[in-house]
Design a protein around this ligand. Structure first.
Ligand SMILES: Nc1ncnc2c1ncn2[C@@H]1O[C@H](COP(=O)(O)OP(=O)(O)OP(=O)(O)O)[C@@H](O)[C@H]1O
Ligand SMILES: [Mg+2]
Length: 378
């Protein structure tokens, strides 16, 4: 990986009871990174960091008990940015570490480039959701399924509604399915303005403009709709979308992006800009195969930022959970049951999927999903 001389150097510390040789070699070979210390135990690491702070700390889970790891991550996240590193068998623990405040995780075996990318990605961002809120703003969560109809829009809208329950007015959902967007239908909203109108405005993006263009949902979510006319999508560039999302961060605590099924430039730009990615699938072979392909094409989705949401599970004729996880090489973070007619009714009538009147059995799962996304304690 190359770097320009203008890039600031990222200081990195490593905790590895095994000496950290393999990690150190990767970090030292990268001009943009500077290894400031290698510690073999948590106490030693904290002592060293007090003398020489590092922007990123890579914590190897080997030889740390789960409690020690989670405690350490919780402590480090106050002052620095943590990447956790472990074996495939540690997957559940690594996910818990991310929930405790690690910004990324890496599973062995990894390519040297993946470690460098993980460090560079997290170094660019704030260290915790709490800091994001106080500093650079919203946590951005992209919801994606390469298979049509798997439930991405349902998950995205329900997540936004669940997040807004405790943060009314501070949650946005952006419909990035620019051709066949269905967020408006899912939330029973119509509006004359869409993302195309917002991008066409030259006025500074302040709350006045947001309230003018976004449509307010009764849940407290602010919704940026996609255009009604097919051809308008072509006028929107992936770069403009990435810039827009970054600018909007200042005005919200959470931004949810609902993506199109196509793995196109817009989807990949949105996946890149997101802090967290929810990959939605159903327990059927075609859906799993499509998601496998995406995971192979986008290695940065294999580690760290992304979580698998298994929709419409359990399913009588579907693939068993263990086989889903084996096929994807990943743990499923959350399962959502099929809610049949109740879900359709909730969406058709515009009654929020969390609204008690809808009587959904999946309502609790959507709240769990909101907790997963805000798991740094906000
Ligand atoms: N858990 C569920 N229980 C019942 N119905 C569901 C569930 N999840 C999704 N649906 C229904 O399935 C249909 C497709 O869902 P949704 O629009 O969320 O999928 P999508 O992945 O966004 O599809 P698209 O390819 O159109 O973007 C919708 O009618 C939705 O109400
Ligand atoms: Mg959709």
């Amino acid at each position: 990986m190359t770097t320009s001389t203008a890039d600031p150097v990222i200081t990195v510390a490593v905790l590895d009871p095994g000496g950290g040789k393999e990690t150190a070699a990767v970090i030292s070979s990268e001009r943009a990174l500077r290894l400031v210390e290698i510690a073999s135990d948590p106490a030693g690491l904290l002592d060293e960091l007090a003398q020489r702070p590092a922007s990123v700390v890579v914590v190897d889970t080997r030889a740390l008990t789960p409690d020690a790891l989670l405690g350490l991550v919780g402590r480090l996240r106050e002052t620095t940015t943590v990447v956790v590193l472990g074996d495939q068998t540690d997957a559940a623990l690594l996910s818990r570490a991310v929930r405790a405040g690690a910004r990324s995780l890496l599973v062995r075996p990894y390519e040297p480039d993946e470690l460098v990318s993980a460090i560079r990605d997290v170094a660019g961002g704030p260290t915790s959701t709490a800091e994001r809120r106080a500093g650079s703003g919203a946590v951005v969560t992209a919801v994606y399924s390469p298979k049509g109809g798997a439930g991405a829009t349902t998950v995205a809208t329900a997540l936004a509604v669940a997040l807004a329950q405790t943060r009314p007015g501070r949650v946005a959902i952006i419909d990035l399915d620019l051709r066949f967007g269905a967020v408006g239908i899912a939330l029973d909203l119509r509006g004359k303005n869409t993302i195309v109108d917002l991008l066409a405005r030259s006025a500074p993006l302040d709350l006045g403009l947001i309230d003018d263009i976004f449509v307010a949902h009764s849940s407290g979510v602010k919704v940026l709709l996609s255009p009604e006319t097919l051809g308008l999508a072509d006028s929107v560039s992936p770069e403009a979308i990435a810039r827009l999302v970054q600018t909007l961060r200042a005005h919200f605590d959470h931004i949810v992006l609902d993506l199109p099924t196509s793995f196109d430039d817009v989807a990949t730009a949105a996946l890149r800009v997101a802090d967290r990615v929810l990959l939605v699938t159903t327990p059927e072979l075609p859906a799993l195969r499509d998601l496998q392909r995406v995971l192979s094409a986008a290695p940065d989705l294999r580690n760290g930022r992304s979580q698998i949401v298994l929709n419409r599970w359990p399913s009588r004729a579907g693939v068993p959970l263990a086989d889903v996880e084996r096929a994807l090489g990943r743990k499923v973070a959350i399962t959502i049951p099929s809610d049949g007619a109740a879900m359709t009714r909730a969406l058709n009538t515009g009654v929020s999927v969390l609204d008690r009147r809808a009587g959904l059995k999946s309502a609790g799962r959507f709240r769990d999903l909101a907790r997963l996304v805000t798991s740094n304690g906000t």
